[in-house]
Design a protein around this ligand. Structure first.
Ligand SMILES: *Cc1c(COP(=O)(O)O)cnc(C)c1O
Length: 402
């Protein structure tokens, strides 16, 4: 093996759960001189851009755009509907639910975390019980993460709505779809979501830098009763601007607007339903390979039940330090970058080297997934990681529809 030349020279593949692979069409659309921000094309692009974002989120309601990452969208959403002292319920299924709750705490909210651990979805029965017990309706919002990118669990957001309705509870349902939008099926209006946050650098395939808060009329009503909302985070002028600068509360993210335009064109040309279906098949190919590897040695999928797994990201376990060894091997030898384990063990601890993640979100197709899986097979063979056989064959059958 030591005689193998270095095989990393070529186009790299960042298979982490965000930022995701960027389409050439997005990069090319961004490669341009600074556009006029007073009038002309950029200004005229905004209404259709907002409309096409709503189509991805499956909502007829409102969207506000922010220069910032997913954390900015978390804060933006909270800033419009949660006042200091308000109570929020956080049913957490990984690092991101915990993180959104921490942000709410920093903004003065009283945060109640229901922690469902690192390998399970939300328990809707327990959420229902908690809501039913809140007779005085102290809970103002439920902060629910659709796909927790750290554990790769997929939560039933429509089920949280059903729990709220069954309890006759008026709390807002706020969903984090930062990892799931344009990957896993999400229906904002049909599922009764009041506020949804997402970013541009995952399923939307644009370099990190802009994020979005979608909200319905119920949430807009709550906003109007807030004692104050910071001018920068206020979603009202952004969603319904009288002047162009109000979309962004200042200078527009010029090049991101062009990149996002190109990404939305790709998504709608494929259709949102077909984008979901593509992610579903690619995810099944990843799982088929992982199932085969898992039959021997320590290789394991973090989420056992396929119905509870995201189609955008897969969290995996290997006996420490093999996960880190594998990531380093594919990085240095074949130009493939895998995601680190997140929130599973203290960073840098010996146990932290037993977790890793595969991002398969956004601009990825069948041959890329076969390349990703083939790269893992090569890495495990080279390192000597004990694993079951037949993984690539199993994945190929899924991709081939056999
Ligand atoms: C990526 C991600 C975030 C954070 O987004 P940043 O852009 O890193 O701030 C929040 N929630 C989920 C579910 C994510 O996947």
């Amino acid at each position: 093996m030591s005689s193998t030349p270095n095989l990393s020279h070529g186009r790299g593949y960042l298979a982490i759960p965000g930022p995701s692979v960027m389409p050439e069409a997005v990069l090319n659309a961004m490669h341009r001189p600074a556009p006029n921000i007073y009038s002309g094309e950029l200004v005229q692009m905004m209404p259709a851009l907002m409309q096409d974002l709503r189509r991805v989120a499956r909502t007829q309601h409102h969207v506000a755009m922010y220069i910032g990452n997913g954390h900015a969208a978390w804060e933006a959403a909270l800033a419009n509907v949660i006042s200091p002292g308000d109570k929020v319920l956080v049913p957490a299924t990984g690092r991101f639910g915990i993180g959104w709750g921490e942000m709410a705490k920093g903004l003065g909210a009283e945060v109640e975390v229901m922690d469902f651990g690192k390998q399970s979805a939300m328990d809707l029965a327990r959420i229902s019980e908690r809501l039913a017990a809140d007779k005085s309706h102290e809970i103002k919002a439920v902060l629910a993460v659709h796909v927790d990118t750290s554990t790769s669990v997929l939560n039933d957001i429509a089920g949280v709505r059903a729990a709220l309705d069954a309890a006759g509870h008026p709390a807002l349902l706020m969903a984090d779809c930062i990892a799931s939008l344009a990957c896993d099926r999400f229906e904002m209006d049909d599922w009764g979501v009041d506020v949804m946050v997402t970013g541009c650098q995952k399923g939307l395939m644009v370099p990190p830098g802009v994020s979005f808060v979608f909200f319905n009329d119920r949430a807009a009503q709550v906003r109007t009763k807030m004692p104050r909302v910071s001018m920068f985070w206020d979603w009202a002028p952004r969603a319904n601007p009288e002047e162009f600068y109000q979309y962004h509360c200042g200078t527009a993210p010029t090049h991101h607007i062009y990149g996002l335009r190109a990404a939305l064109d790709l998504i709608h040309a494929e259709t949102v339903e077909a984008v979901w279906a593509r992610h579903a098949v690619l995810a099944r190919a990843v799982w088929a390979a992982c199932d085969a590897w898992s039959t021997e040695g320590s290789f394991a999928l973090n989420i056992g039940d396929p119905a509870l797994r995201s189609h955008a990201v897969t969290a995996l376990r290997l006996e420490a330090p093999q996960a880190t060894q594998l990531r380093e091997w594919v990085q240095h030898n074949i130009g493939l970058t895998l995601g680190i384990g997140l929130g599973m063990a203290p960073p840098g601890s010996p146990e932290s080297h037993g977790f890793f993640r595969l991002g398969h979100m956004g601009h990825v197709n069948g041959h890329m997934i076969m390349g990703l899986l083939g790269g893992l097979e090569a890495g495990m063979a080279s390192i000597g990681i004990k694993r079951g056989q037949g993984a690539l064959d199993a994945a190929a059958k899924v991709i081939g529809g056999v």
